[in-house]
Each structure stands twice: as structure tokens, then as C-alpha cells.
Unconditional design. Structure first.
Length: 181
């Protein structure tokens, strides 16, 4: 059974690494101790990001995009899902949007809306959050909202926010545009 993670440690570590790299690019003249410290910080942040990514590959992050294998599937056995933060532990299920049920243009639009709503969070280096009030603003007639039972989820891969649009553009699924909702 998947564990639900309420904090996205990978995105936080990746953000720290990105900010460190920005500081280094803007301040290339300084050498000595500062560069040694930055090098050790870069190693630590890189190791943290890799460790947290591997951990998140095996679990479900609220507000995160995952490839999962779902035992109790009706149509799509391996959904590409963005999990909502509206998780109620009492019901043993987690809500998500299955991007496979959207055509590519809709999936890309949904990701852009999520990122736009989360611009302040992302700008401060925090991971995105997704709640029903955001999903309800999607400009689609049909929203592929699903409740996934925890005991039936097997996480396959966590997908970093930086890769969301590329994944939406390149993802191929026989369920694209499928409407049963």
C-alpha cells in the first residue's frame, strides 16, 4: 500500500539546489572559502534531491504528479495522476486528476492552470498544491476526477514539476480523450 506524503521534499531540495546555482552564476568572481562551501552545499542538495526523489517514487505526494499502477482499474491500469491535497484519511482513498483522460491540449492547459494558481508558492521554492477549488476552474466540460483506493495504488514514478509540461506533451495513452465521467 502506498504511503501518502503531505510534504514534497524532492521539490524543496531541488529548489534549494536551483537557488544555489543561480547565486553561483551571478557571483562567479568570488573564489576561496565561499566556493568550497557552495560546492559542499551543492553536493548535499544534490544528494538530498536524489534521495527524496527515490523515496517519492515509492509513495504518493499530495500535489504531485505520479505514474501509478492501479489494481482496481476500470479502464486505465497505469494512470498519470496529479493528486489533490484534499486527502481525508478516514476514507482510505486519495483524489486525483487522471491526465490520460484529457487530450494533450487539455492536459497542458490543466498543468498551466495549476502552475498559475501556484505561482507564489513555486516562486518561493515550494511545491504546488492542488485543491478542488482549482480543479473546478478548469475550462473543460469534463474533469477526469478520480478517487484512488490507497491499498490498490502502486506508485511507479514521481514526476518533478519542472517536467510536467513536457510529459503532458509527449505522453501517449490509448485513454486520451476517453469520457466516462
Amino acid at each position: 500500500m502506498a504511503i501518502i506524503l503531505k510534504s514534497n521534499l524532492y521539490e524543496l531540495a531541488a529548489s534549494r539546489l536551483e537557488r544555489l546555482n543561480l547565486v553561483e552564476r551571478s557571483d562567479v568572481r568570488k573564489l576561496g572559502e565561499a566556493s568550497d562551501t557552495r560546492a559542499s552545499l551543492r553536493e548535499k542538495f544534490t544528494a538530498d534531491a536524489e534521495k527524496f526523489r527515490a523515496f517519492q517514487d515509492k509513495n504518493v505526494v499530495l500535489g504531485g504528479m505520479h505514474r501509478i499502477r492501479y489494481k482496481e482499474f476500470k479502464h486505465d491500469r497505469e494512470p498519470l495522476a496529479i493528486f489533490l491535497n484534499d486527502f481525508k484519511p478516514k476514507i482510505d482513498a486519495v483524489p486525483a486528476i487522471n491526465l490520460h483522460y484529457l487530450v494533450k491540449q487539455e492536459a497542458i492547459a490543466a498543468i498551466k492552470i495549476i502552475k498559475r494558481f501556484n505561482a507564489p508558492r513555486l516562486g518561493r521554492g515550494f511545491p504546488p498544491a492542488l485543491i478542488w477549488e482549482m480543479v473546478d476552474k478548469f475550462p473543460f466540460k469534463y474533469i477526469p476526477y478520480r478517487l484512488y483506493k490507497l491499498e490498490a495504488i502502486r506508485p511507479l514514478e514521481y514526476i518533478p514539476v519542472a517536467d510536467w509540461e513536457e510529459i503532458a506533451q509527449t505522453e501517449i495513452s490509448k485513454w486520451q480523450g476517453f469520457r466516462d465521467f
